[in-house]
Design a protein. Sequence first.
Length: 166
Amino acid sequence: MKRLMILLALVVAIVTTAAAQVEISRFKFNRDEPLGMYPGRKMIDMKFKNTSDRPMKYLKVYYYAVNAVGDVVSGNDEGLRIEGKEYIKPKILDCMGPFEPGKSYSRYASGVMTTRQKGTLAVPYEVEIIYMQSNDTTRIRINKENIHQFFPKNEWREYNRYNEQL
């Protein structure tokens, strides 16, 4: 019985490490105010490592800007009205490779939003990976349980992406 439990724990450890095909060590908003202009303008800054065994063609990170009280503050102009609620779409940070296995890369996108609210975080929603030569696509939904596997330095924040005010 003890041997079976150890074997089961080993299989679970291998499966969870095999699922982590990318590790994003930095994913946050930074100030983006060139020459002091555009106060409150933010950029998204990302550093990641390809931990899979295949080169990646594209890496797309879908994310929300979430304020200190847990409401999504980005994308109010991009949404779908469903049953009286406004569904806010996530923003996308789209990176083009090739990204070789075992190597780290840094990317950023300038001017993704403007806000002067304190405590606004970039909360990842989903990661999409497209591999070279085969165009295989892997989509990984980020939640409270797996955020530290893909985003080890980010904290999870519960958020509300439905806005009844619109």
